[in-house]
Design a protein around this ligand. Structure first.
Ligand code: PEP
Ligand code: MN
Length: 343
């Protein structure tokens, strides 16, 4: 059930309505937006049905058909923009997140962050807890990695993102970084999704290795239903029969997610392809498909990387990527303007 609010409804109206709905077990969630926004009832109480349209500030009550009660455009037609420091994700300009697969040392992270900064990337990535396929490979520096990432990010003025792999780690990780990343292998770790949501931090949710788009968006609902509206979707490739690339980057999922949801969508062409020569073309294609940004792996010395060195970009490649992502973003914006003018 969706309650549409009068544009003139007051904060007091909305507060009163929300507390009445909660007291009568409707699980209301307020979504600010155009006008005064809307209230979604996650579990509408049938005994209250007659009252919904009469509550303070409410102009009408309509059924909600989308399975994506909070992520779908039905409840929130306008794009969500997430602010991280001075960066906006989901606004007009594409965002580039770059950094090493894993934080290996202070020196390596600082050099990678300097590359990111020099090339014009806006957010620094780096894994401290690494969920690796083999338990015998480098698993990340843990808390020491978080400290390094936070310190280097602060030093260079770059907001940071890192993966969190257990619900128990969420409060600690949230103290160190600006954005929490849920990795592909944890997309349906529902306890982790809820804990990440409850941190109140922006959460980037990677699509699972073999997840359908519906499963991915329903996973986003687990975060959103905690009251945290700052969810970024990340397409990172899915498992298919094709061995020539590490994964199959599904850019149709980007265009579809943009149509179905109001959430920002970004693409990780590094894990999506596993091949440096494909990362720049796929980053351009991602922006052309409607992505709000890309996340890529870089390394100051890829040959010595403890993790994913073979897909790491060097400084020159990262500069080209940032330039071409921005140029594609401008082209997309001017095509959108032309389309509007023709209407
Ligand atoms: C990562 O970005 O560090 C990572 C492990 O990616 P994914 O979860 O997409 O495999
Ligand atoms: Mn990696």
């Amino acid at each position: 059930m969706l309650l549409h609010l009068h544009p003139q409804s007051t904060e007091e109206d909305i507060r009163e309505t929300l507390s009445w709905l909660a007291a009568h077990n409707n699980e209301p969630v307020y979504l600010p937006g155009a006008g005064s926004g809307r209230i979604v009832l996650l579990a509408p109480n049938p005994d209250c049905r007659e009252q919904f349209g009469l509550l303070p500030g409410v102009c009408k009550a309509t059924p909600l058909f989308s399975p994506y009660k909070l992520a779908g455009r039905e409840s929130c037609p306008d794009d969500t923009i997430i602010t991280v420091g001075r960066i906006q994700i989901g606004g007009g300009e594409p965002v580039v997140m770059a950094g090493p697969c894993a934080v290996e040392s202070r020196e390596q992270t600082r050099l990678a962050a300097q590359m990111a900064k020099e090339a014009g990337a806006q957010i620094l990535r780096g894994g401290a807890y690494k969920p690796r396929t083999s338990p015998y490979t480098f698993q990340g520096l843990g808390r020491a990695g978080l400290e390094i990432l936070a310190e280097v990010g602060r030093e260079l003025g770059l907001p940071t993102i890192t993966e969190v792999i257990t619900p128990e780690d969420v409060p600690e990780v949230a103290q160190y970084v600006d954005v929490l990343q849920i990795g592909a292998r944890n997309m349906q770790n529902f306890a982790l999704l809820s804990a990440a949501g409850e941190s109140g931090k922006p959460v980037m949710l990677k699509r699972g290795l073999a997840a359908t788009i519906e499963e991915w968006l329903l996973a986003a609902e687990y975060i959103l239903r905690t009251g945290n509206r700052q969810v970024i979707l990340c397409e990172r490739g899915i498992r298919t029969f094709e061995p020539a690339t590490r994964n199959t980057l599904d850019l149709s999922a980007v265009a579809l997610a943009r149509a179905l949801t109001h959430l920002p969508v970004v693409v990780d062409p590094s894990h999506g392809t596993g091949r440096p020569e494909l990362i720049i073309p796929m980053a351009r294609a991602a922006i052309a498909a409607g992505a709000h940004g890309v996340m890529v792996e870089i390394h100051p010395d890829p040959c010595s990387a403890k993790c994913d060195g073979s897909q790491a970009l060097n400084l020159a490649e990262l500069k080209t990527l940032v330039y071409e992502v921005n140029a594609t973003g401008k082209l997309m914006a001017s095509l959108a303007t032309e389309r509007m003018e023709k209407r």
